[in-house]
Design a protein around this ligand. Structure first.
Ligand SMILES: [Zn+2]
Length: 403
């Protein structure tokens, strides 16, 4: 394959210093540094900086962000239900559309080296599919900068809001990639109704599910069991995610281990954001049991939280700090959550820095992965499918060829 651009003096995660050749948006060669360039091929000297694959944000809420607006103080009360109701007052009346706000946040993530995102989008009786329409438009506009999966998310509940199941079905027909769910016991007080309903939609359309589970202790554990049972019964191994799963950090170690074994056997993954007032699930135990655990930023400067920038390396450092991950191999586990593990969960093919895979990567001044996570300095160069999408911490208005 004829190489059409070259990145020289790239440091790989294993410490090797190489040149990376790019052709047709893919990595065509990884080799020894060239002593001198033989032709006028477009070349960028990476100067020995670390090259890592584009990051994977496995859980976010693009429709709720306030990015692009002047600072707005947090308006909701301290409960989840207050945040749900406050959203219905604030979000429809903002001066910037869902599409624009979602686009602002996508570009902020791209500027920090994120290439693949999974966002939940609220589907409820008040806003119906309006937010989905906005996020679908933002996805289309940023197709050359990042890939985006959309979960049709019944934020206000399912069984307590008759009509939402039909809207979720419609959302999948209109372009949502997965069906969402939320606290079947705590919000709906009808776990069988909600789970049977959302699993039926997923099975009918052949899509996966990603279910928010904030429920504490034994209550949450009950729903973990119910989700695993349905995943097995419907043959949805590898297509179902539990978001948060705080309960796994709150029950006894024996109960958590049993739940982990059940999740691993059923092929149910877990996505965590690490923060929040509740306990983080035991990430290392879950991974040892064979559960696919990945991570995302969740709320980023939005109606639910004033915090966050979209930086996944910073998120990995928060998770590592909360999980007491101190050794290099543990920090590398935190990195795996926002890279290879996330890619497996989202079904990103050919992930990583390898010949034949997409030239979707970023460069950063760090000696290796542990330093990149701990210090998370500015991403210098970000490529998506071989084109430059961000430089020096800022997204480009349009993807540009390496010149
Ligand atoms: Zn969420």
């Amino acid at each position: 394959m004829a190489i059409d651009a070259l990145l020289t003096h790239c440091r790989l995660a294993d410490g090797r210093l190489v040149d990376i050749g790019i052709a047709d948006g893919k990595i065509a060669s990884i080799g020894d540094p060239a002593p001198s360039l033989s032709n006028s091929m477009p070349t960028l000297d990476i100067g020995g900086d670390l090259v890592l694959p584009g990051l994977v944000d496995g859980h976010m809420h693009l429709d709720k962000t306030l990015m692009g607006l002047p600072w707005m103080g947090h308006a909701a009360g301290p409960t989840r239900m207050s945040r749900i109701e406050t959203d219905k007052k604030i979000l429809p009346n903002l001066p910037v559309s869902t599409e624009e706000r979602a686009g602002n946040l996508i570009r902020d993530c791209v500027a920090r080296g994120t290439a693949h995102l999974r966002t939940h989008v609220d589907i409820d009786l008040e806003s119906r599919l309006n937010k989905l329409d906005g996020v679908l438009a933002a996805r289309e506009r940023h197709r050359g900068q990042a890939s985006l999966q959309i979960v049709a998310f019944p934020q206000s509940g399912v069984m307590r809001c008759p009509g939402v199941l039909d809207l979720l079905d419609q959302a999948v027909r209109e372009g949502a990639d997965l069906v969402g769910g939320i606290d079947p016991l705590e919000i709906d007080r009808d776990p069988k109704g909600q789970l049977d309903g959302i699993f039926a939609i997923a099975a009918k359309h052949g899509v996966g599910l990603d279910i928010h589970l904030h429920e504490p202790g034994e209550m949450g554990l009950f729903d973990v069991h119910e989700i695993c049972a349905r995943t097995k019964a419907l043959g949805l191994d590898g297509k179902v995610t539990i978001s948060h799963g705080f309960c796994l950090g709150q029950v006894t170690e024996r109960q958590a281990k049993a739940a982990a074994e059940l999740m691993a056997e059923a092929g149910v993954s877990l996505v965590t954001h690490g923060a929040g007032g509740l306990m983080m699930p035991p990430i290392e135990m879950l991974r040892e049991a064979g559960v696919l655990v990945f991570a995302g930023n969740d709320d980023i400067r939005d109606t639910w939280s004033p915090y966050g920038t979209g930086d996944l390396l910073e998120r990995a450092s928060i998770i590592g700090w909360k999980g007491d991950f101190r050794r290099d191999d543990q920090v590398e586990t935190a990195f795996d959550l926002i890279s290879a593990a996330g890619a497996r969960a989202l079904g990103v093919v050919d992930y990583g820095i390898a010949v034949g895979g997409p030239a979707t990567l970023f460069t950063i001044a760090a000696s290796g992965i542990p330093e990149a996570v701990a210090a998370h300095p500015t991403r210098k160069l970000v490529l998506f499918d071989g084109r430059i999408v961000a430089r020096d911490g800022a997204a480009l208005p349009e993807p540009a060829a390496i010149a």
